[in-house]
Design a protein around this ligand. Sequence first.
Ligand SMILES: [Zn+2]
Length: 551
Amino acid sequence: MSRWTPTDAAFGQARSENVQQQGPGSAILWQVRETELDWHICSRARLSRDPRFDGKFFIGVHGSGVYCRPICPAPTAKEKNCRYFATAAGAAEAGYRPCLRCRPECAPGTPAWLGTSATVARALRLIEERGLEDDGIEGLAERLGVGSRHLRRLFLRHLGAPPVAVAQTRRVHFAKKLIDETNLPMTQIAIAAGYGSVRRFNAEIAKVYHRTPTQIRTNARSSKSLPENEYMFLLRFRPPFDWKGMLALLRVAATPGVEAIDEQAYRRTISIQGKHGHVHVSLDESGLALRVRICFGEPRALFQIVERVRRIFDLNADWAVIVQTLGSDPLLAPALKAAPGLRMPGCWDGFEFAVRTLLVRVKDPETRALAGRVVQAFGRPVAGADGLTHVFPDAHALAKADLGNVGVSPDCACAVRALASAVSDGRITFEGIVDSEGFLARLRALTGMDEWTAQYISMRALGEPDAFPADRRNLPIGFENVAALKQHAECWRPWRAYAALYLACKQRGGTPATRSPVSEISKDTGEAARGAPERRKTGRAVQSSAYVTNP
Ligand SMILES: [Zn+2]
């Protein structure tokens, strides 16, 4: 549907999405279709300033030449002066500058349109991970197996902006965030944000914000100052977000020494290119963002760290869109209602996650302790972080580690070493994955890797919202076999991973915050219950929940 008005026509064709309201009284339940925005809905949403619309679209204001988020505190512009965009990059491409009051660079990601084209979604993932600096749009297109002209067309159709504009917008927004939220000198910000030179950085900031970097910092200057090498970020998300539930899911699997999770916060050690540090994540008082403190000596890695934290907490997910698909299934509806805002936990590092998954698969009642012993023996010690003692061992260290020494069973040690060797010599990589089937095939080929484990690792490490590890020993109640479950799951696409999460939640009969998820993902009936005494009696529930919980 597209109900264009003369207003829209006057500003040319808005290349955006069509957003449609679903049902009476459900203004937050939107669905993104095709590539045009319904301005009626955008207009209502804009005037409501409801934070749940944040990130759904951006408003370009004719006259002032800025673009805003729907929550902008500035007086609302007249409708005839507004033009709606699905993405910040689309607004920038049309010549609008980001508003300095609502800071559209901070808006949550807009994953709604990711469903519209798998190729665009993959391209965005690659741009997020490494930008376009290395080999440009040609290289990007080649990695995706499409022509560069076709890729450009897809971008224009789905996002309203070419890949170059998306990459530039991300970079300039990140630079602005660093100016506002850190004390880094401008030269370092230029480098951290990926500008080749300070001059280019200055020119780009001036062009986009009509101010110099220093002027922006003076305007935004907050009284707090952070110690050197410490950076504070606010990462916004679209509510609802079940923060306690997320912590509960992550806590169960925390690796001693590497992660520390309590009722309020998530902390962990990090390691990037030989440098170590740690991050501390908690919920902001506003309830609309996560507060992330990063202690790391190399500002160049900040962008990567921030993106990885976003992935751990699944901040780009749009729950309102997900619930729209899943909520119509009576099997899931009660669970969705009982625990709104549950997200699919990701992981900091794919290799670390895969090793942990292999370690807890073994029949060991103390798998957490086992992971801790592996870390103590083969990880690198770090200092200065309360309760965090080591960074997780890298592939090189584990490829030749004598895991039997710390109590890992021979089979498991063999599987871990096979994985570590493959990662160490580059046969398997967890970054820049665009072909998830190929990735799965490479995992499956490893010694000691079974289908379910490969699927599970792929789901969590790649953050695939549609991944669906199903195993006959993990069947939810009411399904005779895997085929029946898979057939039913067709109606959950492309959100099958979330459906699995909610199924498990439902079968445990509680909200994620109050339940304590299984601590192990053993596929052998009794094993999963070990270490979770309250669930020993309910073997069935344990089995069924095992395929979505955190090992
Ligand atoms: Zn604004």
